[in-house]
Design a protein around this ligand. Structure first.
Ligand SMILES: [Fe+2]
Ligand SMILES: [Fe+2]
Length: 172
C-alpha cells in the first residue's frame, strides 16, 4: 500500500502495532518463564494479560475505521525478540539475567510508547475521537509497565546483579 495521507499512515501504524502486540503475546510468557525474581515474573505475566487486551483493542480500532484487522510484519519486534532469546541463552537463571530481561522489556515498552503516542496524535488530528481514548488507555498501560520494570531493576534486581558480578570477580 502506498502511504499518501495521514489516514494511510495511521492505518499503516496500526497494522505494525497490531503485529507487535500479537508477537508480544508469544514473547512475554517466555520472558516470564526465564525470570528468577518472582516480582519480575509477575510483572511480565500481568503485562501479558494487558497485552492480550491490547490485541483486542487494536481489533476494535480496525473496525472503527471500517477495516479488517490486518498485520504488517513488524521486523523491529522480531529483532527485539531475537535479542531477548539470545540474552536468555547467554545467561544462567540469575539476577544478572533478570537485569538483562528488564532492559529487553524496557526497550519493547519504549517502542510501544512511541508507536501509541504517535497513533493517538494522528487520531486526534483525524478527528477519530473514539480511537483517541482507546489509544490513550493502551499508552498509559505501556508507560506503567515500563515504570514497573524500571522500579524493579533500580530497587533490587540491578544491585543483586552487581553483587553477583562483584562476588565472582572477587573469587578469582
Ligand atoms: Fe502493548
Ligand atoms: Fe507493552
Amino acid at each position: 500500500m502506498q502511504v499518501q495521507s495521514l489516514e494511510d499512515l495511521f492505518l499503516n501504524g496500526l497494522q505494525y502495532v497490531y503485529d507487535a502486540e500479537k508477537q508480544l503475546t508469544e514473547a512475554l510468557p517466555k520472558l516470564a518463564q526465564a525470570c528468577s525474581t518472582p516480582e519480575l515474573r509477575q510483572a511480565f505475566e500481568q503485562h501479558l494479560q494487558e497485552t492480550q487486551e491490547h490485541v483486542r483493542r487494536a481489533e476494535k480500532l480496525f473496525s472503527a475505521l471500517g477495516k479488517q484487522p490486518e498485520t504488517k510484519p513488524n521486523t523491529v519486534l522480531q529483532a527485539m525478540r531475537q535479542e531477548a532469546d539470545k540474552m536468555i541463552q547467554m545467561t544462567d537463571a540469575s539476577p544478572l539475567r533478570d537485569a538483562a530481561l528488564i532492559v529487553a522489556g524496557n526497550q519493547v515498552e519504549h517502542y510501544e510508547m512511541a508507536a501509541y503516542g504517535s497513533l493517538r496524535n494522528f487520531a486526534q488530528l483525524l478527528g477519530k475521537q473514539e480511537c483517541v481514548q482507546s489509544l490513550q488507555q493502551t499508552l498509559e498501560e505501556e508507560k506503567k509497565a515500563d515504570a514497573k520494570l524500571t522500579q524493579l531493576g533500580e530497587s533490587q534486581i540491578n544491585k543483586q546483579a552487581a553483587g553477583g558480578a562483584a562476588a565472582s570477580a572477587g573469587g578469582r
